[in-house]
Write a protein that binds this ligand. Structure first.
Ligand code: IMP
Length: 442
């Protein structure tokens, strides 16, 4: 939408839990309003997994922004993103095969970080190293940590570099360093990766780079600012979730970027003055993949499995089963405060495979109920919970507020009343399809 004689705005949509909240569906819902002309990724990389579904079409994206199934929406990959070019090319092809040619509307920042073909191997090597002490993070093995490490060490490759004459030399130097690291992991710690695998990855990467050179690599900060000055509105799409933020999550069991909406200014190159609403996304329960503590985890294995099965809680990127927990309001208050969320989406509200449910309302360290969210979750010894009634599968595909079962209705009111900050529940999801949701607070 264009506002005549008016500057545009940026809204952000971020996950408020440990990722996998189903953000792709909510991006889709917001785009249907017609308010936005573009969707921008500002952090993370192909570690994300967004499942988009409408009618017969299903697309799982990792790096292409979620607006890809909307013909007139521009897609932006910001400087804060680590770009896995092999995934990018693969997704562009998959989209083309289902009738969406995104190339003409995809813009990539020349300052975005390039994930090299050796980064995923370094990711694996680092995980192997950590696993010796049982401290695995359980990364997605997409090379995210090593790519951000190279960026911060000021030796990484930028997407714009692929168009410069010294790219080959820069790439050779960096790869040499990476190979030395891999050699060290082999010699000192016994982590081995075959040269065939490395060569295979290199061929695929170089092939993908050729295609990248044909894409619209640009000064994205300039372009987005231009769009805003034309009165166009942009939706910034967070990947992962606030609880995986590198500074405010449970370090080191976090991803390597800041997942907060405050990072969208730095990850896109725009001023905070343009930010309007912050949409936070949660599921009606909680999930987590990877290492580290998870205080809200459901203790009874059979009940956890019921949630896993009913919610299809298996990673879109790695296929790993996700741990399932009760809705964690203590973590949610923390995430809402830090992110400045003023509107929330509640997804998978149809999923409730038990008669009774619990909600986590506090964390304890010994007998002490914590006031502040702990910087290390390993210090939490137990949680405070409240019991509520479940609703079985009575709400699948419900698309009107009036048709919601009493138990779910009570649950939504309970959440709203318990949250410390005043947020609107804008929409509640009851299934994977576009049609499966209803408005709550309006
Ligand atoms: P990395 O981002 O691949 O380095 O993984 C670091 C941690 O973040 C691991 O625990 C991953 O499981 C988790 N993680 C990364 N991306 C996602 C996501 O999109 N959803 C859920 N967890 C994620």
């Amino acid at each position: 939408m264009t506002n005549q004689n008016k500057q545009g705005f940026i809204d952000a949509l971020v996950g408020l839990q440990w990722g996998d909240e189903g953000k792709g569906k909510n991006i889709d819902e917001l785009l249907l309003s017609g308010d936005y002309s573009g969707v921008a990724r500002f952090q993370g990389g192909a570690n994300a997994g967004h499942t988009l579904k409408f009618g017969d079409i299903e697309f799982i994206g990792h790096i292409v922004p979620s607006g890809c199934l909307h013909e007139n929406i521009e897609l932006y990959i910001g400087n804060g993103v680590v770009v896995d070019v092999v995934s990018l090319v693969k997704e562009i092809k998959q989209l083309k095969d289902i009738g969406f040619d995104v190339i003409p509307r995809l813009y990539i920042s020349n300052r975005a970080k390039l994930v090299s073909y050796l980064h995923p191997f370094l990711d694996q090597a680092e995980e192997y190293y950590r696993s010796r002490d049982g401290e695995k993070i359980g990364t997605t093995a997409r090379g995210i940590g090593p790519a951000y490490s190279d960026s911060r060490a000021r030796r990484g490759l930028l997407v714009g570099d692929v168009l410069l004459s010294d790219f080959e030399e820069k790439e050779k130097n960096l790869s040499e360093l990476h190979m030395n690291f891999l050699e060290m992991y082999k010699k000192e710690y016994g982590f081995e990766i075959s040269i065939e695998k490395i060569n295979e990855a290199k061929i695929l990467w170089n092939k993908a780079l050729k295609e990248l050179r044909e894409m619209q690599i640009c000064d994205l900060s300039y372009l987005i600012n231009k769009r805003l000055s034309e009165g166009k509105n942009i939706l910034a799409e967070g990947a992962q979730g606030v609880m995986l933020d590198i500074d405010f999550g449970d370090y080191p069991n976090v991803t390597s970027s800041n997942t907060m909406p405050s990072n969208l200014c730095l990850g896109l190159g725009i001023s905070h003055r343009f930010i309007r609403d912050i949409y936070g996304v949660i599921k009606a329960y909680t999930t987590k993949v990877g290492g580290g503590d998870f205080p809200a985890r459901i203790k009874e294995e059979n009940i956890e499995q019921l949630f896993q099965k009913a919610g299809n809680e298996f990673g879109a990127t790695t296929g790993r089963p996700r741990m399932c927990g009760w809705l964690d309001l203590f973590a949610l208050d923390y995430a809402i405060k830090l992110s400045g969320t003023n509107k929330i989406f509640i997804n998978k509200a149809d999923i409730c495979p038990t008669d009774k449910i619990k909600v986590v309302t506090g964390y304890k360290c010994g007998e002490k109920i914590l006031e502040e969210f702990p910087f290390r979750l390993s210090t939490v010894t137990s949680v405070v919970t409240e019991d509520l009634s479940g609703w079985g599968n009575a709400n699948y595909s419900v698309s009107e507020k009036n048709s919601v079962s009493k138990e779910l209705s009570d649950y939504l009111n309970y959440i709203k009343n318990k949250l410390k900050d005043n947020v609107d529940i804008v929409s509640v999801g009851t299934g994977p399809d576009r049609k499966h949701s209803f408005n709550w607070d309006k």
